[in-house]
Design a protein around this ligand. Structure first.
Ligand SMILES: Cc1ncc(COP(=O)(O)O)c(C=O)c1O
Length: 399
């Protein structure tokens, strides 16, 4: 199912940097999920019934009625001023930010790609968590980078391991998802954040901090982004997105940075797509200006918390001895480690036959994969469906 694209027909020859770049297994699994009776724990797909459809309808209506000519026209690469302002003001809750420190992107995925294009030469090293978000691995690999995993524990990346990897590999930057990480759901507590920032500040290695899930907190104390720790803001590109808190279909994200890198990122963005869709930018800006995003997030968090509880309790009831699961304080994912030399990828066809989908964990490891792991998303399905999906999972694995 997961594929390395090695060759194309009709005389086209793939660039060397494409070798080793794999298709996303999540996307591949989503593609076979057209069968309506499969319960999917695979994608990080927000529950569409929670989208604020009426608010978005009003926002797009407002944009097309009052800003129509502008909305349908070419525009500046940096982003629409209204959106830059809204984003800067929201980011300023944790980290003082001016609109000129913001670049609008088409989802935070584009932000990841742009940073890769701007900073990476073939052969450069990027340090990533073990495991990490696989589409970031894809984007850095496409820029020719070599991905080096750094050991983690339940509190995220280990500062000593990070310092050792920096000394050994001289990375161009470190890519971290400190809050409700994809795929594990883990978060770095405040003390770990400080220790990691201390290593980065001491070594001068820049940070790409990816934070699409931070606002989806069910419990526990909010942890500030690493970018907001003393001395870190200039050394960090912070990525954020409308996808997980509003709607992924608008494809609106943003990055925050300081200094000359902003100009380089803007030029790269120009080369990739000139600008993000103006209609969508203005609609998201209008939504942020006129609707209560915090209230929406609180509603979503209430629903997702209940689903996290249902999945965690259901798994605890069926998993064999020796298996362990994370208990995320927020976000979308739960991470299962079965151990015992099992390969969850080999069970996926059986699981799909039983009518349940998950993502085999090996895809999230830059190297030295623990194949006995899997990522389960609890956000897409209501509690009853989660329970039924877990029963199918139990049958597929013979628990
Ligand atoms: C860690 C992480 N970063 C970035 C993204 C990309 O999100 P988007 O481009 O929709 O903002 C995702 C999506 O799942 C993600 O999990």
């Amino acid at each position: 199912m997961r594929g390395t694209i090695t060759r194309v027909s009709n005389g086209f020859q793939l660039a060397t940097r494409f070798s080793g770049v794999t298709t996303s297994p999540v996307r591949d699994i989503l593609a076979v999920l057209s069968r309506g009776d499969v319960i999917s724990f695979a994608g990080g797909i927000p529950d569409a019934s929670l989208f604020e459809l009426a608010d978005f309808r009003a926002a797009f209506d407002h944009v097309l009625t009052h800003q129509g000519a502008r909305a349908l026209q070419y525009a500046a690469t940096k982003g629409e001023p209204e959106l830059l302002e809204q984003v800067a003001s929201r980011l300023s809750r944790a980290l003082p930010t001016t609109p000129d420190q913001v670049q609008v992107t088409s989802g935070s995925q584009e932000g990841i790609f742009l940073v890769g294009q701007v900073l990476l030469d073939p052969g450069d090293v990027v340090l990533v968590e073990q495991p990490t978000y696989l589409a970031a691995v894809q984007a850095f690999a496409l820029a020719g980078a070599s991905l080096v995993p750094v050991a983690t524990d339940d509190h995220g990346v280990l500062p000593e391991a990070l310092a050792a990897a920096i000394a050994q590999h001289h990375p161009k930057f470190v890519y971290l998802i400190p809050t409700f990480q994809n795929p594990t759901g883990r978060s770095m507590p405040a003390g770990r954040r400080e220790a990691v920032a201390e290593v980065l500040l001491r070594t001068g290695v820049p940070l790409l901090e990816d934070d699409p899930y931070g606002e989806l907190r069910f419990e526990g104390e909010a942890a500030p982004p690493l970018a907001s720790l003393p001395g870190m803001s200039g050394q960090t590109v912070l990525l954020n997105s409308a996808s997980k808190v509003m709607a992924p279909g608008v494809r609106i994200g943003w990055l925050r940075a300081e200094g000359d890198i902003l100009r380089a990122l803007e030029v790269a963005k120009q080369a990739v797509g000139l600008q993000s869709a103006v209609t969508d930018q203005l609609a998201v800006a209008h939504y942020l200006a006129t609707c209560d995003l915090d209230a929406h997030i609180a509603r979503v968090v209430g629903v997702y918390r209940e689903r996290r509880d249902a999945m965690a309790a259901g798994l605890a009831g069926i998993l064999p001895a020796g298996a362990d699961i994370t208990r995320p304080e927020g976000g979308m994912f739960l991470w299962v480690r079965l151990g015992g030399g099992l390969d969850t990828a080999l069970r996926l066809p059986t699981a799909l036959e039983e009518g349940v989908a998950y993502v085999p964990g090996r895809a999230f490891f830059a190297r030295d994969a623990d194949a006995s792991t899997m990522r389960l998303s609890y956000v897409t399905n209501p509690v009853g469906t989660i329970t039924e999906g877990l029963a199918r999972l139990g049958r597929a694995f013979g628990w």
